[in-house]
Design a protein around this ligand. Structure first.
Ligand SMILES: *Cc1c(COP(=O)(O)O)cnc(C)c1O
Length: 362
């Protein structure tokens, strides 16, 4: 079976060269007579692999020295708890800027379990009834411990293209699905959290990039494995990390550096997004409910005009090697995730299919 074009939102496709390299050294890593997944996380070899991965991430993301990089488990949702447990004092308050499913989920985790969270609804409808980000609604309230946002709403296909001014209040962002898809000024944030399975590595690895002064404030009962101070002190090896995903992340970071870093990825991702949205906007058989200025470059959410054709559409697409186009269960419809590893050829194949499918059913 040849490899298909995999549009899954996550876990999602990885660069083929990265998969091939992992395959080639899976059983015998660098002549050690064992695979990376069989090695002690404390041994010299894995320690080097781990440090290399962190160094590469620091380089390609431009992470300054006063930020720690923590390699964790528990996913994005684990960090929805870790953020208030580390940053929200008992009796304190946090602002959540809600732009879709994931920021709302993070808000709920905080509000229902850890303390006062203020939900700011930060989307609105434009004149044509399409969703757009309302940056004006991103106002911090007096005395907030932090402000929280999700830069790319994977489910809704809504992306933020500017950042709120939160003054001295640290801005915390979930970048699970847009990490490394474009250059980013890390210094604008108190902390960045992301699950690796959208754009970086296999599932089971979560990375937190956090400014030094925000470490060491965790509540007494914060689980040690979520306490950023504990993780920082132990070099993310307080408990056994996901060594395989950590190693794979390193390979992906190396691939990103080799092709020209986040600037080149931003160019490619923009080109892919323009091609795909152009095809959707240009054909009345399809529609997207996201306004132009707020469309995610990496998760294109769209609907068929005739939703009764959804199952048939997915079946026909799969028969042509276009996989993973079904929308998230909360929204229905279709979603094409075109992260860093998706080559433009995959998007061309999808655009070609969209045209032919519409033609057949017009
Ligand atoms: C997928 C996703 C999550 C949830 O991640 P898990 O690792 O499944 O907990 C959170 N935020 C965003 C933006 C996501 O895309």
């Amino acid at each position: 079976m040849p490899r298909v074009w995999n549009f899954s939102a996550g876990p999602s496709m990885l660069p083929e060269s990265v998969m091939r390299q992992a395959q080639s050294e899976f059983v015998d890593f660098e002549g050690e007579g064992m695979g990376i997944v069989e090695m002690s996380h404390r041994g010299a070899t894995f320690t080097r692999v781990a440090q290399e991965a962190e160094g590469l991430l620091r380089e390609i993301m431009g992470i300054p020295d006063n930020y720690r990089v923590l390699f964790e488990q528990g996913g994005g949702r684990g960090q929805f708890a870790a953020v208030p447990l580390n940053l929200l004092p008992e009796g304190g308050r946090a602002d959540y800027f809600i732009t879709g499913h994931w920021s709302r989920s993070a808000f709920k985790e905080c509000a229902e379990r850890y303390g006062e969270a203020v939900a700011h609804e930060c989307t609105r409808k434009d004149a044509q009834g399409r969703v757009e980000v309302d940056y004006g609604a991103m106002q911090v309230s007096e005395g907030a411990a932090y402000a929280y946002c999700c830069l790319n709403e994977t489910v809704n296909g809504v992306e933020m293209f500017s950042l709120p001014d939160t003054g001295a209040v640290p801005l915390i962002a979930d970048i699970s699905s847009d990490v490394l898809t474009r250059p980013m000024d890390v210094t604008r944030f108190g902390a960045l959290i992301f699950g690796a399975q959208k754009n970086v590595a296999p599932a089971g690895l979560t990375i937190t990039v956090v400014r030094d002064d925000l470490i060491g404030r965790a509540r007494r009962y914060c689980p040690s494995v979520l306490d950023w101070a504990v993780l920082a002190k132990h070099g993310s090896m307080y408990n056994t990390p996901n060594t395989f995903a950590w190693y794979m992340a390193g390979l992906a970071f190396k691939w990103i550096r080799s092709i020209g870093g986040t600037e080149e990825l931003a160019r490619r991702n923009q080109e892919k997004a323009e091609l795909l949205y152009g095809a959707i906007d240009g054909n009345p058989f399809y529609r997207t409910q996201v306004a132009e200025g707020s469309r995610s470059r990496v998760n294109c959410v769209f609907n068929l005009r005739d939703e009764a054709l959804n199952a048939d559409f997915l079946k026909e697409a799969l028969a042509e090697g276009l996989s993973g186009l079904k929308g998230h269960k909360v929204l229905g419809g279709m979603r094409a995730s075109i992260y860093n590893a998706m080559p433009i050829e995959g998007v061309r194949a999808l655009v070609d299919f969209l045209g032919r499918y519409a033609g057949k059913h017009a």
